[in-house]
Write a protein that binds this ligand. Structure first.
Ligand code: CAO
Length: 458
């Protein structure tokens, strides 16, 4: 009995007279299940009709340039077993009649017909069970296994059948990055699975052309000496995830500069005592924040964020400045709201109150939200420069290190000046280097002029 399998156009929704833009097989070609037979094109997307079983193509019933509809015969394929049997008997198989019904096993299942690719690609934020599995098995470095976001254009251009596309979506695999091993470079289900395996075993960077992260090796530290394991605190866990997200998603550049704060410190010393009498500790940070506000007003791009689409910059009309606070529980970033409407004393008071709340573990979540720019001051501790990580989705952060007295060449002579190191990290997608240099130059000039910083806020 003949075992010819008819492969037909599956359910295509409402589409009629769909154009055949490519015929991918010819008589004599061996096909595997899911191999693409023809490519169809609607006005919205291209889709492939996949093979429903393995075998050798007997007849191709469609032509490139023609049109087809649901249920039309695409190819007739001789099943694998018959091909083998025919080879053994060395007898040409009789071309069977289309009237003979294919065996049930070879027929496309009636309840679950092969589906063409979705007409519109599903949203990029598809669930990513592969990563969940990775986190379950390799808890040491879960974020290292996070796949790169799917590039929709590359995904839709990839040469793969609808079922392989579906599989890729389910696993969060960007098809544009998978190398196909099938006919004419077609991506098979096995290629997608191999890609996932490669990512899970640490070959993500290679698999994704360097765009994903290779895993950090897991080391048995106890094999080298005594150890003690302590879980990270809640704040540390939250901040580590956020810092990591910023570090891997934002192209950071750090601009270094220094400000002459000799006059500023003299002024602060003069005013400190009086301020203390009214309960205000006038620290350098209050002056630095006031100067930042004035510079942010001059360069509003630094007080902005990219929107979700990353195609627009959201300029904030408010200036809420966060500052990194070192607390016994870890790093917190309280936010001074409407910093542009506060004078030096009001800023100093707000800084002291928020820092005290942060240290005492009494900072409400609302006091850490809505920041539009951040300052990280390590000046009270030490150091000459550092590269702060941007508090994303903000686009810039100012790092401040310890001021020191240095010889500065002025008017033909070296003079001792108190120099404050500034380290401005910025998101290079939004800010270019020239603008960053202008920002720190402006900031340094403002810090050199304390009288202007002391002026009342209009
Ligand atoms: N250069 C030299 N001295 C400085 C200085 C600077 N840049 N900044 C502050 N100082 C001095 C102050 O004048 C003060 O001295 P006096 O008591 O003699 O006046 C002393 O250092 C301590 O200052 P402070 O810490 O009380 O106040 P502050 O406003 O500088 O800082 C706060 C407040 C909350 C920012 C700070 O306590 C803090 O937590 N810093 C760490 C921030 C941090 O961890 N950043 C890294 C984040 S990324 O991991």
């Amino acid at each position: 009995m003949s075992r010819l399998i008819e492969m037909r156009v599956p359910d295509m929704g409402n589409f009629k007279d769909v154009a055949v833009i490519d015929v991918l097989v010819k008589p004599g070609d061996r096909v595997e299940p899911e191999a693409a037979l023809v490519t169809l094109e609607t006005e919205k997307a291209t889709m492939d009709v996949p093979a429903t079983a393995a075998g050798v193509v007997e007849t191709v019933h469609v032509q490139k340039g023609g049109t087809i509809n649901q249920g039309d015969l695409v190819v007739t394929v001789r099943s694998e077993e018959d091909v083998a049997a025919a080879a053994v008997a060395a007898v040409p198989a009789a071309a069977s009649s289309a009237a003979a019904p294919p065996p049930a096993a070879a027929r496309p299942p009636a309840t679950a017909p092969p589906q063409p690719a979705a007409v519109a690609p599903p949203p990029a934020a598809a669930p990513v069970p592969a990563v969940t599995a990775a986190q379950a098995t390799v808890p040491e470095s879960p974020e290292a296994l996070a796949p790169a976001p799917i590039d929709e254009a590359g995904f839709s251009r990839a040469y793969a059948s609808p079922s392989v596309r579906k599989l890729a979506r389910e696993l969060g695999v960007d098809l544009g990055r998978v190398r196909g091993s099938g006919q004419k470079g077609r991506i098979t289900a096995a290629d997608v699975k191999a890609f996932v395996k490669q990512v899970l075993t640490g070959g993500a960077a290679a698999a994704a052309g360097g765009a994903a992260l290779p895993a950090v090796p897991v080391v048995d530290f106890a094999a080298f000496g005594a150890v003690e394991v302590k879980p990270l605190g809640r704040i540390q866990r939250i901040s580590s995830a956020r810092l990591h997200a910023s570090w891997v998603n934002l192209p950071h550049v750090t601009q270094f500069d220094e400000a002459d704060i000799t006059a500023l410190e003299a002024t602060r010393e003069k005013l400190k005592g009086r301020a203390a009498k009214s309960g205000v500790k006038l620290t350098p940070l209050a002056f630095i924040m006031r100067a930042c506000v004035r510079t942010l007003q001059q360069f509003p791009q630094f007080n902005a964020s990219l929107d979700e689409s990353r195609q627009n910059l959201v300029y904030k009309k408010y200036i809420h400045v966060g500052f990194a606070a070192d607390t016994p529980n870890g790093l917190l970033v309280p936010v001074v709201r409407d910093a542009d409407r506060k004078d030096i004393y009001e800023l100093a008071r707000a800084l002291a109150e928020l820092a005290a709340k942060a240290r005492d573990g009494k900072l409400p979540a609302a006091d850490m939200q809505g920041g539009s720019f951040t300052i990280s001051s390590l000046g009270g501790i030490g150091g000459t420069a550092f590269t702060p990580i941007i508090n994303a989705p903000e686009v810039a952060i100012l790092g401040v290190s310890r001021a020191s007295m240095r010889p500065v060449w002025q008017d033909g002579a070296f003079v001792p000046r108190l120099m404050l190191p500034l380290s401005l990290s910025y998101d290079h997608r939004v800010i270019d280097g020239a603008l960053a240099a202008r920002f720190t130059t402006d900031l340094a000039a403002r810090l050199a002029d304390p009288q202007a910083l002391l002026e009342a806020v209009p």
